[in-house]
Design a protein around this ligand. Structure first.
Ligand code: FAD
Length: 383
């Protein structure tokens, strides 16, 4: 790969990097090299068709596109149309299935009641009052002070232990401000007006996004293997982990990773829905994804389905971390890296790994579009 004379190098072919590359190529009309150390474009939003069943799987876990941002919605639909999928999440607990987030159906089923919205509100208020927690000292007390102990023990405790690998009494109360409880039967997971899954799949959306004569893509290419050859004057857009960029000189930022176990089942439908949470600590996995449900418009086989069991694990390696842990120490560390980053005016850090934050796809696209407009469009990337 020839790096001579390059003016723009984008590291990472997820939404942040791909959108910036598309803008440099199409809007600025300049050549851009996009590299990714993985063997595919799309970053964590990548999807691939399972070779045996043809069912499209979200390789890094279910990805549902949802947004309330009209500019992002208009932008992304230039590269794909979307189907009318609306996301709903269910939770399996002690042999029964409940709607998530907790709503009127969850409360009535769990307590074996038939409460109205006002009745349920009063009932939960009484449950909260029974505990008498005025100043919560940890995450458990905070959650109990928001929804009462029985709902907390059933739906929050076991899941939190599995997801974060820590007992909630050892986590700071500041992690949660609120726990969504709906006193209606509304079962849509997201409130955004625009939702769906790309009709042709995320992989085709990314191919279209990057299909421009000014964009050169180099896969299986690690930034750290080529960084010594990057010419002076080249602007680098870096969407990998910011602590890795600085060789962890101040220490490692905390991450949780995910591990997926794939199974092809010889039934037409395994669980009747796309995502089932397993909230009890007795089940070692946190969720089961069944991808056929994202595309009801497709003719998938009637005698086979693909499921992924999701496990949450500590993020100890350099590999594809999933969720920032975001303790006070992590936030302090990130500020030190962000200050250091200012000394590198030719490098623009962005995306979920470069900015150490959980970002939905629409927020990532919005951030990429504004970074492009503010720092690259007028050639002012060094300012
Ligand atoms: C389990 C899970 C489920 C999610 N579900 C949803 C959802 O339903 N809806 C939603 O809107 N959002 C969802 N998200 C968020 C979504 O994944 C992010 O918005 C998106 O991935 C952000 O894009 P990005 O470009 O910042 O990062 P990424 O997609 O992670 O892309 C970064 C890329 O940089 C590459 N890279 C890193 N280091 C190097 C290096 N040294 N050299 C070369 N390449 C490198 C990586 O290989 C990667 O491909 C989910 C996230 C997770 C973890």
């Amino acid at each position: 790969m020839d790096l001579k004379g390059r003016r723009y190098l984008v590291v990472g072919a997820g939404f942040f990097g791909a959108v910036i590359a598309e803008r440099i190529a199409a809007d600025r009309g300049e050549r851009v090299l996009l590299i990714d150390r993985r063997s595919h474009i799309g970053g964590n939003s990548f999807s691939a068709d399972d070779p045996q069943t043809g069912i499209e799987c979200h390789v890094y876990g279910s990805h549902i596109f949802h947004t309330g941002d009209a500019a992002v919605w208009n932008y992304v639909r230039r590269f794909s149309t979307f189907n009318s999928y609306r996301h709903r999440v269910l939770a399996a607990y002690r042999g029964a299935v409940y709607q998530m987030p907790i709503n009127l159906a969850t409360i009535n089923r769990f307590y074996g009641k038939n409460l109205t919205p006002a009745g349920a509100m009063a009932f939960i208020r009484d449950e909260i009052a029974k505990e008498g927690i005025s100043t919560p000292a940890n995450l458990e007390e905070k959650a109990v002070s928001l929804i009462g102990r029985p709902l907390y023990e059933a739906f929050i405790r076991g899941y939190t232990v599995k997801q974060w690998g820590v007992d909630p009494v050892l986590l700071p109360e500041s992690i949660i401000d609120r726990l969504p409880v709906r006193y209606t039967y509304k079962s849509d997971y997201f409130n955004d007006p625009w939702q769906g899954i790309p009709l042709g799949g995320y992989h085709r959306l990314f191919h279209k996004l990057l299909d421009h004569a000014n964009i050169e893509v180099s896969l299986n290419t690690d930034y750290f293997a080529i960084r010594d050859r990057i010419p002076a004057g080249c602007t680098v857009i870096f969407t990998g982990p910011i602590d890795r960029f600085f060789d962890y000189r101040f220490g490692r930022l905390g991450w949780r990773n995910l591990r997926f176990e794939k199974e092809i089942c010889d039934v037409g439908d395994f669980q009747g829905t796309s995502v089932m949470n397993y909230v009890e600590s007795t089940a070692p996995f946190t969720r089961i994804h069944e991808f056929r449900h994202y595309h009801e418009e497709r003719n998938y086989p009637k005698d086979a389905t693909v499921i992924y069991r999701e496990y949450s694990v500590a993020g100890e390696t350099d590999d594809d971390p999933a969720y920032p842990v975001n303790t006070a120490r992590d936030r302090e560390l990130f500020v030190r890296y962000a200050v250091e980053a200012k000394k590198y005016p030719h490098v623009i850090f962005g995306g979920r790994l470069g900015s150490y934050q959980y970002l939905d796809m629409d927020k990532t696209i919005a951030a990429a579009l504004s970074t492009y407009a503010e720092r690259i469009r007028r050639g002012g990337e060094r300012s």
